[in-house]
Design a protein around this ligand. Structure first.
Ligand code: HAM
Length: 421
């Protein structure tokens, strides 16, 4: 026997653990909400030039340093599977909009992202994000509107156990001053830092604040606070964001240690956390990235966005609370060739019904056809064999009640319409 080929580690078949309807209903809810907020869908390629992510996400981030699926194409060009959506949307925005003097836009996307991380609960190598990116304005009201959009989406899915954390990273100038202070502080205390963090100290001391190394936690706890390095303009932007959030009734906590793992952020950053998720507690994250469009070759266009992790959200939602509507299931069982032809000719009409219909092809016995109908979960079975053919009737079986009746062919569609409603 030849060897079985299995899915790649950290990449899942998405119908196996939760009904796929849970995924579909999150996607439908997101589409509906985002479109009512003026966002249009954008679908970018899954593969981009590696340089896009190096310059976009940042060369000193874990994602670019350790987690990208990078390979050469046949022309020796370095390509990468997208590890996130923002850099691609910015690239597409520059390519299709700013080249035509349009400097505003609201986009949403959903799809797979790839990061070569150590798979564990809530962390995969292929995972799915739903995200939005909004270009054109640098107003604290917009920051709050974007956060509110995500809050609304989670609540509309009946998710209640989550917290919102926000912070401001200031502008790049504030960050530069803060980085120098951090570098100085951590250099002074380098003997207390874990090996991994010593490397981060050289490349990007901000990343130490994200460190999970137990040895470094005490020094990190005493590190200088970013909020002390914000310019007065950035402080007032951040305060205004908080006031807008209060106005909108969105509860939040300020967490001055939250720096996010991607380099493009400045000013407002945020994360939605669920304590029910274990170690991988972030359901979603985002923030402002006012310089990214320019640094990827476009004009100066401020922007803000977020992405949520579908796998993590799906694991928190129960199918019953989503009120998933299921259609009536009707199974057509033909017991002879003539009946098969009859059901086949009926397909154009039966597919108009608001029911799930399936014709059972082939000449198996009545018993095995009924078994298949039950296994599929049919609520109704329409049966036809030689004697029904001759009489011009059909048998309609109610699987739940275990009763059946004979109906005339002319009445079939009306009866099916009634039971499908
Ligand atoms: P991120 O925080 O790297 O941000 O990812 C967003 C969300 O994706 C996380 O909160 C998490 O739920 C999910 N996620 C990330 N990595 C994994 C993984 N390996 N397995 C399962 N889920 C994962 C971004 O990607 C930014 N592009 C968000 C953004 C958009 N910022 C501005 N605009």
């Amino acid at each position: 026997m030849s060897q079985k080929i299995r899915a790649i580690k950290g990449m899942e078949d998405l119908f196996a653990t939760k009904p796929v309807q849970v995924w579909q209903s999150i996607e439908a809810q997101a589409r509906s909400l985002f479109e009512r907020a003026g966002f249009q869908e954008i679908r970018t390629p899954i593969v981009e030039e590696t340089a896009l992510f190096e310059r976009g996400v940042g060369e000193t981030t874990e994602i670019v340093e350790k987690e990208m699926y990078t390979f050469k194409d046949r022309n020796d060009k370095s390509l990468s599977l997208r590890p996130e959506g923002t850099a691609s949307v910015v690239r597409a925005f520059i390519e299709h909009f700013t080249d035509h003097q349009i400097q505003e836009g609201r986009f949403y996307y959903m799809g797979p992202m790839f990061r070569y991380e150590n798979p564990q609960k809530g962390r995969y190598r292929q995972f799915h994000q739903i995200g939005v990116e909004c270009f054109g304005q640098d107003h604290p009201g917009l920051d709050a509107e974007i956060i509110f959009l995500l809050d609304q989406l989670l609540r509309s899915l009946h998710l209640n156990q989550f917290e919102l954390k926000i912070n401001s990273l200031g502008s790049s100038e504030c960050r530069q001053n803060y980085l120098s202070a951090l570098k100085e502080y951590f250099t002074e205390h380098r003997s207390q830092l874990a090996e991994e963090d010593l490397q981060r100290l050289e490349r990007n001391p901000l990343r130490i604040l994200d460190s999970k190394e137990p040895q470094s936690q005490e020094v990190i706890g005493q590190a200088p606070d970013l909020s002390d390095y914000l310019s007065s303009e950035n402080q007032s932007h951040f305060l205004a964001v908080q006031n807008f959030l209060k106005n909108l009734g969105v509860p939040f906590q300020v967490d001055s240690r939250m720096v996010r793992g991607l380099d493009y952020y400045e000013k407002t950053v945020f994360e939605f956390i669920s304590t029910d998720l274990g170690a991988q507690s972030a359901i979603a994250g985002g923030g402002r990235y006012n310089r990214l469009v320019k640094s990827l070759g476009g004009p100066v266009v401020p922007a803000i966005g977020f992405a949520l992790g579908m796998e993590r959200l799906v694991s928190l939602l129960s199918a019953d609370r989503l009120n998933l509507k299921s259609l009536t299931k009707i199974f057509f069982a033909a017991l002879d060739e003539e009946s098969e032809k009859y059901f086949s000719a009926l397909l154009p009409q039966t597919r108009q019904l608001s029911a799930v219909t399936q014709v059972d092809w082939g000449s198996s016995s009545l018993k095995s056809k009924m078994k298949r109908a039950a296994r599929w979960g049919a609520e109704w079975v329409v049966l036809s064999g030689e004697s029904e053919q001759q009489k011009g009737v059909l048998i309609l079986r109610d699987m739940k009640a275990s009763t059946q009746e004979e109906i005339a062919r002319e009445q079939l569609l009306d009866v099916l319409k009634r039971i499908s409603e």
